[in-house]
Ligand binder design. Sequence first.
Ligand code: G6P
Ligand code: MG
Length: 218
Amino acid sequence: MQKQTKIKGFIFDLDGVITDTAEFHYKSWQKLADEEDLFFNREVNEKLRGVSRMESLNIILADQDIPAAKKKEWTDRKNEYYQKYLTEISKADILDNMEAKLEKLKAEGYKLAVGSSSRNAKKVLKQLKITNLFDIIADGNSVERAKPAPDLFLYAAQGLGLKAAECVVLEDAESGVEAALAAEMRVIGLGPESRVGKADLVYANVSEINFEEIIKKL
Ligand code: G6P
Ligand code: MG
């Protein structure tokens, strides 16, 4: 943790931090799994938090060997189901006061970025009507190597014109916390210690996030 460096920007994961699309991902994977007779349940779904679409399918498949073309068809179909759910989301789906918190940070002069593994991130932000709060949106299309590689967060920091040490990441996934640490950024974990315990500061859920505390403590 780079305690001495002044915080100048915040990088927000999207799913599970700004909005809770995890349930839609779950339902979409479950539908595909039922259709293709793949083993899947909520426990397996927990392992998919923060993980890219194809890597999620690989986790579901465990050691089953499936041709690449079939895997592409399956991930495309899962995405079709997911995108149908996305048409239903709106401002009401922003988690606990997050919009007000983002607006306050922006007014205080902090730079704001999204750092999400999702290739649907821009679509989600548009539905939530908060795209313009962010200086840069780094998503699943921005870099090759997904979380836990640091690439996505480094790309976001570069877009903000900030050094890694000046950024704080907010994450709900173990892979995301690892990515932030690999990027040598400070990181706030959201969720149980068992999942995000490696973070510099942990809140059990989004409603407990206290930016004054973060700015003071980190
Ligand atoms: C986020 C979610 C994951 C999801 C990934 C890719 O990180 O937490 O559950 O698999 O994005 O999303 P996409 O919209 O590209 O399928
Ligand atoms: Mg997440």
